[in-house]
Unconditional design. Sequence first.
Length: 254
Amino acid sequence: MPELGLNIDHVATLREARYRDWKAGLPPEPNVLAAARLAEQAGVDAITVHLREDRRHIQEADVRELSRAILIPLNLEMAATPAMTRQALLIKPEEVCLVPEGREEVTTEGGLDVLADTARLKSIVRKLHSAKIEVSAFINADLAQVEAAHRIGAQTVELHTGTYANATTAGARRKELARHARAAAHAHEAGLRVNAGHGLHYSNVREYIEDVPHLHTLNIGHSIISRALFVGLEQAIREMLELLSSREFAPNAD
């Protein structure tokens, strides 16, 4: 059974829609830490947040507070830049996931091109390792990118599942699943831990975990937070955990 990492970025998205200046003293809601604590109680294995350079949702204060207050691992997604590396070294989350980032994108689209930037990324990984921070590389399911992630010293690869999630035909999904299965097997053989995420939801996650081997953690956010609007966060998490544990579940439309 893969572990579940809950991405709570969109709890902060909702907060920022109303409380842009919450750091000046306004009472923020929804509260990011409260969501993380509830998720912890509901059984998630890790909390994931993306501290974007434009600070569109998660803020430094969120990451600092989460790193101090939650008992489960904190996975910090961040761009591979000097400024973000300094933030990570100050906050010291359990894991950093290096991701590509563009200000014009709505959400992260595609994996990090580790192959094209090996020397610079290796230097960043070395700095993070010196602070005892584990490093993951968010990559497309490509064998060359897996090998490049291994060369820079990452302990984990997170396979970008967006192309699979966006596939509109059974044939396209099968093609993506086969590609991910090969990448996961290749990473496992190289001694890398295999995570996956982006666009996984209640209707496609079972197919994914049945076809892709060696999965350690699935990082899922938008789908669970969306479901929580109707059934509550605790129930939404439990429903996803049921799927990951191989028990059949068909979410209703309430």
